[in-house]
Write a protein that binds this ligand. Structure first.
Ligand code: 13P
Ligand code: SF4
Length: 354
């Protein structure tokens, strides 16, 4: 079983044997049994920034999902090897934009005569190919903690933004933070000819949103917000910006996983919070802050883990660390040099945002 004390001891022993050779990063959505071994935990921005923090470490074990491990490989030196403990830990949102679909979209924008005005802004939750596309076309990457600054930067470079692949983060940031209206945004559907849009609609739009979403955050509804407000008087509703626009509009606060943690740290004793994000994180926070008399509940009634984040479990971590300790490089994530060059350009634009 994953809570097997024997596995905990094996992970500890393998990590100790590897010493300075290994650096373990853990996203906030990881299981407790995994997060206890992370040297650094964070949201996707913090993990991208910190990936290069230990240049002497030969192995970076990324406890998170595939696009995060790719980004870490892009941002670290060639001698450092990034390892993902389970290669099946992908992200369904990132899979909603393929290189072929995005190239086709650019052709549609070109034919509509708007491509020169468009700056791509791609959410971190995308493949290295999409990041490279973004870099090639003068755009930047963003995460949920800097999407506003990324859009401000992009609108200094051009008149329109193509936002990939999360329609909700794109729409929420445009409307909440940039003063745009829902009518300024159009939805590009990669499964329809011309994205399901006319050339005139593309010419009129300020934000062209890719039709992607997170299936975990997509489950929160306005009904769940209303229910929790009725159940817990005075509750503060805090949600991640991957939630639908109407859910974000009904919430009191919106932010990345790191923002959510900071908000709860700063919250007064006796306050009550309903959190709309992945369940491993919400449970960990509920346990941590119970001692400070802060009541933290999950926004939805049904259980809501990110199934791919959860693929990284203690048995996979033990296998990875023991393999590395024995000199077997397993599950390496390596981006090809040509993709890396342009993806890095886009990631570095993000890291340079004010
Ligand atoms: P952040 O940790 O950046 O808020 O992102 C959430 C997420 O869905 C990562 O996949
Ligand atoms: Fe992808 Fe959503 Fe899971 Fe984040 S929570 S890794 S966006 S599927």
């Amino acid at each position: 079983s994953p809570s097997d004390p024997d596995l905990v001891e094996r992970a500890r022993a393998a990590k100790e044997k590897l010493g300075e050779k290994v650096f373990i990063l853990g996203h906030h959505y990881q299981r407790d049994e995994v997060i206890q071994f992370a040297d650094v935990t964070g949201d996707s921005f913090k993990l991208a920034r910190d990936a290069a923090a230990r240049p002497e470490a030969e192995y970076i074990v990324f406890c998170g999902v595939h696009f995060m491990a790719e980004s870490a490989d892009i941002l670290t030196t060639g001698d450092q090897k990034v390892v993902l403990p389970d290669l099946a830990a992908g992200c369904s949102m990132a899979d909603m934009a393929t290189a072929e679909q995005v190239a086709e979209c650019w052709d549609v924008l070109t034919e509509a005569g708007v491509a020169e005005q468009v700056v791509p802004v791609s959410y971190m939750n995308s493949s290295a190919d999409i990041k490279a596309f973004t870099g090639r076309h003068g755009g930047t990457i963003c995460t949920s903690s800097n999407a506003k600054r990324a859009l401000e930067w992009a609108f200094e470079q051009g008149e329109k933004v193509l936002f990939l692949p999360d329609q909700h983060l794109g729409r929420n940031t445009a409307v909440r933070d940039m003063g745009m209206t829902l009518e300024d945004c159009v939805l590009y559907n990669p499964h329809k000819p011309n994205g399901g849009l006319t050339a005139q609609e593309l010419r009129d739009a300020k934000m062209i949103l890719w039709r992607g979403h997170c299936s975990v955050h997509g489950r929160f509804s306005v009904e769940s917000v209303n229910d929790v407000r009725a159940r817990i008087p005075g509750v503060n509703v805090l949600v991640h910006p991957e939630c639908k626009h109407e859910v974000v509009a009904a919430a009191d606060h919106v932010g990345s996983t790191e923002y959510i943690i900071k908000a709860l740290e700063a919250a007064p004793a006796g306050s009550k919070w309903a959190i709309g994000t992945e369940l491993n994180l919400v449970r960990r926070l509920a346990n941590r802050f119970a001692a400070e008399d802060k009541e933290i509940v999950f926004l939805d009634k049904t259980v809501c883990f990110c199934s791919t984040m959860n693929r990284i479990d203690l048995p996979h971590l033990v296998w990875t660390l023991e393999s590395l300790a024995e000199g077997n490089l397993v599950n390496r994530i390596e981006v090809d040099p040509e993709t890396e060059k342009y993806a890095k350009l886009a990631l570095e634009r993000m890291l340079a945002l004010p």
